[in-house]
Write a protein that binds this ligand. Structure first.
Ligand SMILES: Nc1ncnc2c1ncn2[C@@H]1O[C@H](COP(=O)(O)OP(=O)(O)O)[C@@H](O)[C@H]1O
Ligand SMILES: [Mg+2]
Length: 256
């Protein structure tokens, strides 16, 4: 099954080595940064009745832009003055420490494996150059990421940070590749699916939507990561957004 979904995928490991591009920091006045702000506004509109204090960005497969979108949304959210915490919960392909040039000797996995009575969570929460934005990096990669992410400890950590921050954003593993994600996203106020235009297969996107439903997570919408479409340069960023649970996405996978 999984192989079928991965047929056309182009795994790009660049962000694992170099982090993701924080265009919202480098070029805050750019069109792309503005698009991230629009996405953030739309996500917060979804929280009018039930405030969204914790949310995750996920995707069907790896390398579709989860970390890029999660980090840039975290930046623009922090820019509004809210206290934002970004957590790298993609324990197999962590990128956050590279993105913010932090060491990764301690992080999420250290919190989850330490003695609950004595662990000092605040020392694992790191500041960044962006005002109001704090991060928890992945920490050393464990052999059992699924167990850690689904542990009681993870739930109590989420409760603790939800109280300490205005918004908690998680960069989580892709839905179709690993089982960790479903249980994790069901504990959050919402999940946003990142879809890479021209790469994510329709069948994979459908399955990802189904899995969010099965896990009883609240699907807030999707971000269309429009990489280099229309003959733009290699970094033809463009983000669309849309909301709804339908399968009739406005993108095509036929031209690949
Ligand atoms: N819109 C985009 N245009 C060009 N490159 C992109 C775009 N979005 C992501 N990338 C690149 O694709 C790679 C995978 O993105 P990343 O955010 O790390 O994906 P994921 O977290 O889903 O694995 C990275 O090298 C990133 O820089
Ligand atoms: Mg990632």
């Amino acid at each position: 099954m999984v192989n079928l979904f991965r047929k056309h995928s182009r795994v790009d490991n660049n962000s694992i080595h170099n982090g993701v591009k924080l265009i919202t920091v480098a070029q805050p006045k750019s069109v792309i940064a503005e698009q991230f702000r629009t996405i953030r506004t739309n996500i917060s509109f979804m929280g009018i009745d039930r405030p969204i204090k914790s949310l995750a960005f996920t995707s069907a497969n790896v390398s579709e832009g989860k970390s890029t979108v999660a980090a840039n949304i975290a930046v623009v959210w922090a820019n509004t003055g809210k206290r934002v915490l970004l957590i790298d919960a993609d324990l197999r392909r962590p990128t956050l420490h590279k993105t913010f040039n932090l060491s990764n000797q301690v992080g999420l996995t250290s919190i989850l494996t330490a003695d609950e009575e004595t662990v000092d969570i605040t020392s694992m929460v790191r500041g960044t150059d962006v005002n109001n934005l704090s991060v928890i990096t992945s920490g050393p990669i464990p052999p059992n990421p699924a167990e850690l992410l689904n542990s009681k400890r993870m739930r109590s950590l989420l409760n603790a940070v939800r109280n300490a921050f205005d918004v908690v954003i998680l960069d989580v593993p892709p839905l179709l590749e690993v089982s960790d994600t479903q249980a994790l996203i069901s504990q959050l106020d919402g999940v946003v699916l990142v879809v890479k235009v021209g790469q994510t297969q329709k069948i994979a996107a459908k399955r990802a939507v189904e899995l969010t439903k099965l896990s009883k997570a609240r699907l807030l919408g999707y971000v269309m990561n429009d990489v280099g479409r229309g003959g733009d340069s290699a970094y033809g960023y463009g983000y669309g957004y849309g909301y709804g649970y339908g399968y009739g996405y406005g993108y095509s996978t036929d031209n690949k």
